[in-house]
Ligand binder design. Structure first.
Ligand code: GLN
Length: 473
């Protein structure tokens, strides 16, 4: 039924880069057989799950929506993929994304557009736009996304589904193609908080293959998710409701906070004085880490190589004309063959946003600028985390908007990188501080577009976060 639904709708939505129907049906048949035989079946037994195309799946294409990895078939499974298989999930296909998870609209995919199922003229958000759209379109009940600065929560908000970014280190990053390693985190999307808790429980927990993996045991969240939290203290940050927030989002989020008040929660104002520097801090740190992580895609170590014959022919022609002109300076400036191979492979196979981030990061990390940008950003990051530590002395969760407005039109922001970066205003702080955070539907705008409520909790408090989310739902 799931594959039929995808076949009937994905022509319009474009959530999937590819489906794997044969494998899915074989997995499902195997689970049926084991059930019939009375054998044990995992917690996700037979549940179709879609996976963002950024997690290694042994022998299957893993492209990160980049031409650079168009033919990459990893020789091993990401820990998350391995745990999905162990839990007997049925892996139906791989979802579209911004190239290397850089973006907020899924328009940076090298391969296709994904449309918001609520309004096909609009973006599903990003970078996990395919993972959010497939759940919103009823193609799968669950999906896996990744969130470096908001890429699970923002598309979840714009597509009217639930999306959880766990605590940094809670879910293994082993086999996740890295964007910004100190911020990247894998997490679940689904239609309800309970569904998301089920999937989270299957993927969370320590992994010796990831040196940043949290050692603390991940207690299952699903068994408690329906228990309301007594005496819940909900923090509200006045700056979150300042100018720039659209009226429809403000009203929906205020109504949501009010419903907590009616459920007996205490609403407490808290201050996050450094939050206004979060986007600037993020857009230094993330590109710095990206420029380093993506250095491996040079057509030699990893990734698509430019056509070497054409490259050598061009190089020879350049050398010949420099020699004929007797121009020693020009001759010296011509690349060596290896440098040309790197340069041309990267220029051809990486898209404009990825190249922009590499340039920004390489610049900020270069001698003379490192202290002024990267080191400064790390210091501000520490202050942002300290603000949260202080706030969580007073409250159990912090509530606010996920995005300033509902889904924007495809094409509306893509030519304005700065405007696109500002969309991340409310989400990046949780990544910088390493906190768990969730987006859940809290209403519709007057033109019928979904709006997301954002809840954040202290590190490793996923269980509290999910229970607080379930209280609202
Ligand atoms: N929109 C942010 C960016 O472009 C976040 C992306 C993400 O979380 N992967 O970097």
């Amino acid at each position: 039924a799931c594959l039929d639904r995808i076949a009937a709708t994905d022509q319009r939505v474009g959530a999937f880069l590819r489906t794997t129907p044969e494998r899915a049906l074989a997995q499902a048949a195997d689970i049926d057989r084991r059930r019939a035989a009375g054998d044990a079946v995992g917690a996700l037994g037979g549940v179709p799950v879609a996976v963002k195309d950024v997690l290694c799946d042994e022998g299957q294409l893993t492209t990160c929506a980049s031409k650079m990895l168009a033919d990459f078939r990893p020789p091993y499974d990401a820990t998350v993929v391995e745990r999905l298989k162990q839990a007997d999930a049925v892996l139906v296909g791989r979802t579209n994304m911004d190239e290397f998870a850089m973006g907020g609209s899924t328009e940076n995919s090298a391969f296709q557009k994904t449309r918001n199922p609520w309004d096909l003229e609009r973006s599903p958000g990003g970078s996990s736009g395919g993972a959010a759209a497939c759940v919103a379109a009823g193609q799968t009940a669950l999906s896996i996304g990744t969130d470096t600065g908001g890429s699970i929560r923002q598309p979840a908000a714009l597509c009217g589904v639930v999306g959880l970014k766990p605590t940094y280190g809670r879910v293994s990053r082993y086999g996740l193609v890295a964007f910004a390693s100190s911020l990247d985190q894998v997490g679940p999307l689904g239609r309800t908080v309970s569904d998301v808790a089920l999937l989270y429980d299957a993927i969370a927990g320590h992994d010796p293959h990831d040196t940043t993996s949290a050692k603390a045991a991940a207690e299952p969240t699903l068994p408690q998710v329906n228990e309301p939290l007594k005496g819940l203290r909900v923090g509200v940050v006045p700056e979150h409701f300042a100018a720039g927030l659209s009226e429809s989002v403000r009203q929906a989020v205020e109504r949501a906070i009010d419903s907590y008040r009616q459920a007996g929660a205490q609403i407490v104002e808290v201050a996050l004085p450094h939050a206004r520097h979060a986007v600037a801090t993020y857009y230094v740190i993330a590109p710095c880490e990206a420029s380093s992580n993506l250095a491996r895609y040079d057509g030699v170590h990893y990734g698509r190589r430019t056509d070497p014959a054409a490259m050598h022919a061009r190089l020879a022609a350049e050398r010949k004309s420099a020699a004929e002109a007797n121009d020693a300076t020009a001759a010296r400036q011509i690349d060596t063959a290896l440098v040309r191979l790197y340069r041309q492979s990267r220029s051809e196979a990486l898209g404009p946003e990825v190249q922009r981030r590499i340039m920004l990061g390489a610049y900020a990390l270069s001698a003379g600028y490192y202290d002024a940008y990267y080191l400064k950003a790390l210091k501000v990051r520490r202050l942002i985390r300290q603000d949260f530590d202080a706030a969580f002395e007073q409250v159990d969760v912090i509530a606010g908007p996920v995005t300033a407005s509902p889904a924007f039109k495809l094409g509306e922001l893509i030519d304005d990188p700065l405007a696109m970066y500002l969309v991340d205003l409310y989400t990046v702080s949780a990544n910088l501080a390493g906190l768990p955070a969730i987006s859940l539907p809290c209403g519709l705008s007057p033109d019928g577009l979904p709006i997301g409520l954002h809840l954040m909790a202290p590190p490793l408090k996923e269980s509290r976060l999910l229970r607080a989310a379930r209280m609202f739902e």
